[in-house]
Design a protein around this ligand. Sequence first.
Ligand code: ARG
Ligand code: MN
Ligand code: MN
Ligand code: MN
Length: 308
Amino acid sequence: QNIILIGAPVDSGKRAQGCLMGPDALRVAGLRRAAEELGRTVLDLGNLAPASLPEPLPANPALHELTETVGWTQTLMKVAREAAPEGMPIFLGGDHSLSLGSVAGMAAHARDIGRPLFVLWLDAHSDFHTPETTTSGNLHGTPVAYVTGQPGFGAFPGLPATVPTRNVCMIGLRSVDAPERAALAETDATLVDMRMIDEEGIVGPLRGFLAKVAAAGGLLHVSLDVDFLDPAIAPAVGTTVPGGATFREAHLVLELLHDSGLVGSLDLVELNPFLDDRGRTASLMVDLTASLLGRRIFDRPTRPYSAG
Ligand code: ARG
Ligand code: MN
Ligand code: MN
Ligand code: MN
């Protein structure tokens, strides 16, 4: 299957700048070569720009750069839906507000092909704020609420298809704000926090979710936030939270995702190369992507994922 690289230098989703350099850092770290070495044909669409709205939205002091983020959402929703029939889109962020568009577009694509979309959110944060509950005003904290159809997103494009919360699994949680926790408690999303990972390991909950996706004939979108990883191995992110996934846990997750054969699209988000240490975070994100695309230690035959 072709790989379609979509540069999304979104930097409007939070105040600290630098994620606009993310797509190029991922390219410099060898993303194309890694995919080609695994036998994939790679098409790079270059770096996109946000749609400009006919008029800027009324300034909202509670929300940082709303107009630009709405423009990005329009652009990415459209490009995702157009690219997905041609291969596997990889969205090169850019901050996590790019997922308002990438996931909404993939949900539309999944509807186009008659499969349900599932979303795996690998992140320290739940990103389940709405424009009404956020206290930071940073829209990178809102994409899961938007794509699952929560209220308060009137300024954003209407969704061709929403993702039911029961189709969402978040792994790596360790920073969830009170309004997010309250809203998530009302949903049937699968929530895997660091305590559960410490007690039971990361494989069980992931396998359980993949079995559910497979049983539903679903298409899986993976959204990988740099801060899913422990800051000791991935320093290049503005929102570090201690106690994240280890190198081995993260590779294992992406290897299991490869073996599942269910993944149709990927976001690589929140990489801020300005904060990196000799490119190590960008290189790790590329290596994790390679694991998702089938890089392995021994060339064992894969077995399709089966429940149990
Ligand atoms: N919950 C916090 C907020 O709303 C942090 C969100 C961090 N999100 C992210 N994509 N890094 O500001
Ligand atoms: Mn800004
Ligand atoms: Mn995030
Ligand atoms: Mn995060």
